[in-house]
Design a protein around this ligand. Sequence first.
Ligand SMILES: Nc1ncnc2c1ncn2[C@@H]1O[C@H](COP(=O)(O)OP(=O)(O)O)[C@@H](O)[C@H]1O
Ligand SMILES: [Mg+2]
Length: 230
Amino acid sequence: MSAPTRGVFVTGTDTGVGKTVVTCALIAGLRARGVGAAGMKPIETGVGADGPLDALALRAAAGDADPLDEVCPQQFALPAAPTVAAKAEGRRVDLAAIDAAHARLLARHDWLAVEGAGGMLVPAAEGLTMVDLADRLGLPLLLVARARLGTINHTRLSLEVARTRGKRVIGVVISHADGVVSPADAANLEALRDDAGFRVMGEIPPLDRIGPSISDHLDIDGIFAASSAS
Ligand SMILES: Nc1ncnc2c1ncn2[C@@H]1O[C@H](COP(=O)(O)OP(=O)(O)O)[C@@H](O)[C@H]1O
Ligand SMILES: [Mg+2]
């Protein structure tokens, strides 16, 4: 059984779909409503001299107060899946370190938005996928999906994986991370929105077409309420 949830695990249909943008907007939107929300990126790969960029963005969205090694307890240089990046350094992903950092963050904050790496079946640690990690942390899923061609298949595959594992998905956020969509992609998107199998919790237009408040394009209250429901 999962622990009571105080947050969501933000996953995506792929890497580069807009998970970090959505997670930051979620944290900012909740904080603007007075919820003590913060972010966590348990495992970040592709970490260079500038540090873990996703984790730094999440930490900044929450006011920059948290120690970076709590926001991101497992960092690896190779831009690859966590188990692969860890092996390249002769290491293994340390789940105990993730559990400890998660507990410390939860002790200080009311609610956590935890960003996965890649999609749901990415190997997070030996014998553990990203969706298993979400389960270990006791969090329901928020799925970020691309607006572009291929998204119906990728979204349904992800939802199917969640269903077969009994993981609760609180909804899907459609992300226009690839810019303005073609008429064909727009028609596809319409079909995806009409899919009765999930709730659309927001749609982030191309960032150069909207103002600074990305949170306005998310159903912040709906996500918060659904994350608290059992
Ligand atoms: N709605 C959007 N419009 C334009 N660019 C976006 C949008 N969402 C994300 N991006 C850009 O796409 C890239 C990938 O987004 P990111 O949030 O880092 O994805 P992920 O966390 O899933 O890898 C980043 O450069 C980001 O700024
Ligand atoms: Mg990211």
